[in-house]
Design a protein around this ligand. Structure first.
Ligand code: ADP
Length: 506
């Protein structure tokens, strides 16, 4: 117990209390002086009478350059600081008041000020100002505004372009079934602008001959085939007058992390006029090819009869001439076959007659035919035994023949071509490899486009129409696989595709 009557003990006690209070005060001063939040006091005349280190650091001044000066010297906007001071004098509390402060190096800090006034006996003592630096936030928001403005501009441009080419846009969420068509899209389909659309109604308006193919292509894309890329030419039945129109639809599926289709977005454009023109050209090509086929078959038969005769009689000159004539007629037959396939493809009339067969036999036949047409090259077979596939035999034959004749056409005389297979689990990779002129990366991108031919001095005398590889890629697309190429200029090319192998024995 303390003895209140003992003055020595009392003094010691008060001295102890004072030391404790001083220590608390020092801690408090240290706390505000070194707080990470910038703070300052301004007196009734607008003079800064105290600022902590964070405030000085924020603006880059020393104590001598800041304290004792008018706060108005540091605000960039006179009206703002005068408003702040008026409000504080009227005893208002400022909350997140936006202002701009001038730094020593001339830069500007965007800040939010929170402040109120300390009064004693109704007298203004000083303001208590908390300054929050929002410069970075502000810059980010300015940048965001600029980006938004740019986006708005480019969206407006995009809209103008879309409108000027009469391009319809659509978006489908397979999970919810929500299908949205732009006005232009509705116009193409003849759907009133105020009408909504569903996927089921859309399917009802596909042309009966295209329905199965289109629905299958959509399903394939949703399942991730072709990287979710959708590009299809189809016929639709317009909602308003029931007329048939040709459209080209392109799109892309966006997948969730788990691989499920999330959104399918794309465009549609009416190509009826162009399609009709193409069909007229097609009809012409088909008609000419067809008309050439019959006399050519007759010529081939006569040549074969004469060849058989000459083989017995043994006239070397005639035998040689007739063999060359047979080679030429065979080349013409292949060309006509390609033209007829192209015409059928354009009309959407390609049908696959799938059968199960041994790949080796087909490759042997095709390699033999190719060798017959080009004695200048050697065609080698590699590892294609014991492979059974299910496909349209004639069409796979046509694919291989096109690849082989290209390998021959685009590699120097005396070169060797390899047609071979690599087994990869339950799949087989079929390839045709040459050591020819090769193809640049830029050309590889366009190689499979219809009528595309590489512009290259070395091959300007090599004839062709640029339809072979287009047919190859389309025929393989019908088989749900795709043609790929690896090539380097002057080193050669390898064209390849993969197919599922069948387990069943023949
Ligand atoms: P075509 O041979 O009738 O021109 P293709 O569609 O078969 O048409 O081939 C397109 C182009 O691709 C050819 O013009 C040629 O430039 C290039 N090409 C095709 N195959 C090869 C190859 N094996 N080596 C080099 N270039 C090739």
């Amino acid at each position: 117990m303390k003895d209140a009557s003992n003055p020595t003990i009392n003094i010691a006690h008060y001295q102890q209390r004072e030391r404790e209070l001083q220590s608390k005060l020092d801690e408090l001063i240290d706390f505000v002086e070194n707080a990470s939040l910038p703070l300052h006091w301004v007196d009734g005349n607008g003079i800064i009478i105290w600022a902590n280190q964070a405030e000085l650091d924020l603006l880059g001044y020393t104590k001598d350059e800041y304290i004792g000066f008018s706060i108005t010297d540091f605000h960039t906007d006179e009206n703002v600081i005068s408003d702040i001071l008026t409000r504080l004098t009227n005893n208002e509390t400022l909350q997140n008041y936006a202002s701009k402060l001038r730094c020593k190096n001339g830069s500007i800090k965007h800040v939010l000020i929170n402040s109120n006034v300390l009064t004693k006996n109704g007298e203004f003592v000083h303001t208590r100002c908390f300054t929050r630096d929002i410069t970075e936030l502000n810059e980010a928001s300015i940048r965001r505004d600029i980006i938004l403005q740019e986006l708005e501009k480019s969206e407006a441009k995009l809209k103008m372009v879309i409108a000027s080419v009469n391009l319809g846009t659509w978006e489908w969420e397979p999970k919810t079934g929500l299908l949205t068509w732009s006005d232009e899209c509705k116009k193409i389909y003849g759907l009133p602008l105020d009408k909504e659309i569903t996927f089921e109604i859309y399917v009802q308006h596909l042309h009966p001959d295209d329905k199965e193919r289109v629905v299958q292509a959509i399903q394939d894309c949703l399942d991730g085939a072709y990287g979710g890329e959708y590009d299809i030419v189809l016929r639709i039945i317009r909602f308003d007058d029931g007329s048939t129109r040709w459209v080209r639809a392109q799109g892309k599926v966006y997948f969730e992390a788990g691989g499920k289709a999330e959104r399918f977005i794309g465009t549609v454009v009416d190509i009826t006029e162009k399609k009709q023109e193409d069909l007229r050209k097609n009809d012409f090509i088909a008609m000419v090819s067809h008309e050439l086929k019959t006399p050519l078959t007759a010529v081939k038969s006569y040549i074969q009869i004469l060849l058989a005769k000459e083989k017995m009689e043994g006239n070397a000159f005639k035998l040689n001439a007739l063999t060359r004539a047979e080679v030429q007629t065979q080349k013409m037959t292949l060309m006509i076959q390609d033209f007829l396939s192209l015409a059928r493809l354009e009309e959407g009339k390609i049908r696959l007659n799938k059968e199960v067969f041994e790949l080796h036999n087909l490759i042997e036949e095709i390699a033999g035919d190719a060798q017959f047409l080009a004695s200048s090259h050697t065609v080698k077979l590699q590892d294609c035994e014991d492979i059974i596939i299910r496909a349209d035999r004639d069409k796979i034959g046509q694919v291989l023949m096109n690849l082989l004749s290209n390998a021959i056409k685009y590699s120097p005389k005396g070169g060797s071509i390899v047609i071979g297979c690599v087994k990869l689990g339950n799949k087989v990779k079929v390839f045709v490899k040459d050591d020819g002129i090769g193809i640049s990366l830029a050309d590889q991108q366009k190689l499979f486009d219809k009528f595309y031919r590489v512009k290259n001095e070395k091959i300007k005398t090599v004839s062709g129409f640029g339809i072979g590889l287009y047919l190859v890629s389309e025929l393989l697309r019908y088989h749900k696989t795709k043609i790929e190429v690896e090539s380097r200029e002057d080193e050669g090319s390898t064209f390849y595709f993969t197919m599922n192998m069948q387990q069943a024995q023949l």
